[in-house]
Ligand binder design. Sequence first.
Ligand SMILES: [Zn+2]
Length: 418
Amino acid sequence: MESFAESKVASWSALVTNLADIATTQPHAAYSALNHGLSSKWTYMCRTTPSRIMSQRLAPLDEALRKKLIPSLTAREGGLGIRIPSKQATHEYNASLFVTSALCNHIIKQDTHYGQEIISESLMAKSTVGQQNRDRTKNDINTLTPLLSTNMQRSVNLSKEKGASSWLTTLPLKTHGFTLHKQAFRDALSLRYGWTPNKLPSKCACGSSFTVEHALSCAKGGFPSIRHNEIRDLTADLLSEVCNNVCTEPELLPVTGENLAGASANIQPGARLDIAANGVWGGSFERTYFDVRVFNPRAASNRHTDPQTVYRKHEQIKKRAYEQRILDIEQASFSPLVLSATGGLAREATTFYKRLASMLASKWDQSYSSTLCWLRCRLTFSLLRSSIQAIRGSRSSSGHPFRSGAIDLVISETHLHQ
Ligand SMILES: [Zn+2]
């Protein structure tokens, strides 16, 4: 058994080394191959082989992951949420014994009746193990966080937001635009961890020194508006699938003497919002106006504020500007769509995209949860591409069509997690 384990570990280490070679040119594909395929080989072995045999022998595999694959994925040393096998071995084995114990006892007793109570006991054990894993990860994060720099702590908090990791956890399907080329993948990791991407220009076109924070906010290259328009167009496209009368940049009716409270209410003639659609909330004639704002959570003005406070602030600004005008004059409803450039959603945007996912799911006859994951993934890829474009200029644009057809196929083909 022991030499069998050793030979298995040697063959996996060789596969990881091959993957490290592939990662120098195809890091996104290599990362996915590890997380969606290769790692389950050692997870299975760890679950079925006593950990006193496995954990010692996994050292060469740990080494291949740490010293070869991770550096070639990131082009530097750094964390990526890849589990170190020798540290997992004991947990995996104990969890596996626990989950299968009801079934084992049943087999030992040679009882021919296989009832619901055994299935329920196994399912409960599985959910206990799931909770233990989540608690352990949380403890690890709580222990590690104080050791990180303030900048890295903020990056970790941003990447923990729902949706912010969907670009990493989805399968990189080229036909649906869920792939990143090598520089884009490494830039995306740099954005995630607050690292400085390689080979940045020293000066921005506006004359300021070039930093990621600056590039994501500088209006000179027009990137903030590209990012905003991509979210507007994606949202309008998807609304057209399920709503009537969808348009972008609808002009609001003029204010002709109506009394709108608040100094920040927008009373400009010819004011336009981003999207309007019928039937999102209420009946098919009820109209909703949307306004999109994408903010840079790493900008100096937001850096020291709790992200939830920043989301609320942007929602309030939008609502004070438009909500009463739309309620009173358009007799319609208003939803501000506030997103962070790293993929997080504010409260009202979350409510709206959940509603949109539920409408799309019933139209496409797909499950609500996979449609919502797919939608979050589209939003995150769109934000990520625009951010990468802000750092690299148009050269880094992925070259994939922004809109893809056959959306219902993606949902069944893609193993979306999170
Ligand atoms: Zn600039």
